[in-house]
Design a protein around this ligand. Sequence first.
Ligand code: API
Length: 284
Amino acid sequence: MEIPYTKMHGLGNSYIFLDLFSFSVEESVLVELAKKVSDINTGIGSDGLILIHPTAAADVGMRIFNKDGSEGKNCGNGLRCVAKYAFENNLVNKTQFVIETRAGNVTAEVFLDGDVVEEVTVDMGKPTLNRRGIPMLGNDETVISEAFEVSHHPLELTAVSMGNPHAVFFVEDIDEAPLYDLGPLITNDERFPEGVNVEFIEIISETEMHFRVWERGSGVTQACGTGACAAAVASILNGYAQKDTEICVHLSGGDLFIKWAADGRVWMRGKAETTTTGTFYWKR
Ligand SMILES: N[C@H](CCC[C@H](N)C(=O)O)C(=O)O
C-alpha cells in the first residue's frame, strides 16, 4: 500500500498527516497504521497520525491517533498544522475557518509570511471542569488542587478537559518534575476511566510558566497544545495567573501563547511547520 503523507509539527510535537480530500484509507486499518507510521525504526517516526478529512460539519475535519493507536478527541498542535496545511493546499480559500474535531468544532485563523502560514491562532472553546466531564471518578465537583496520591507520592491535582483529559500538577522546579516516574502511572490511573494526559508546571510569573507533558497514548512529547491550554486554565483556577491575559507557556519544543478570555473561551497562538512530504510503503 502506497500512502502519500505530510509530516508536520507544532513545537516538535510531530504527526504524520494524511489528506483524505485526495486519498482514502479504510477505517479498519487506522489503529495499526497509526502505530506503524509513528515507529521511528520501521515507520516514519512521529507522535501519532492525523487525518485531514472532508466533513459537512465544518470547512475541514481532523482526527488524531496517538503513537499507541488510541484515538484522541483533540490536538492543539495538530489543529495549527491542519490549519496551515488546509490553507497552503487550497482545501480552504480564506484565512479564518472552522475545523471539526471529535470534541466539537473550533475556529482557526492563519497568519501569513508571504504565501506561507507562519502562525496560527485557534479558539479552542471552553474547558470542562466538572469531574464527569474530564472524565474522572468521584462526585461531579471541579478538581482544583485536590490531594491525589500516586505510588505513595502526595500530589495536588487540578483536572481540566479541553475535549481531551488533562491532569495538571504544579512543581517548584520543572527539572525535578517526576515526569518519567509518575507520568506513566498517572496516565493509566484507574481514577481516569479514559486515561489522561499529564502535565507538570513550574510557575515563573503571572504571564509565564515552564511545562512538561506525558501524553496519553504517546508518552513524553516536545509539546502539547491542549495541555498548554489546560495548564493556563489550571494556573488561573489556582490564582497563579489572570483571565484575559496572554500567558507564555515554555514547552520543551518552544513557546505557546494561551489566553483564557473573560467569556470562558481559551485561545491558543503558536507556530506550525512542515517537515517533509513523501510516500509510505506499507506492507500489511
Ligand atoms: N499533542 C496533542 C494532544 C494529544 C492528546 C492525546 N495524547 C490524547 O488526548 O489522547 C496536542 O497538541 O494537544
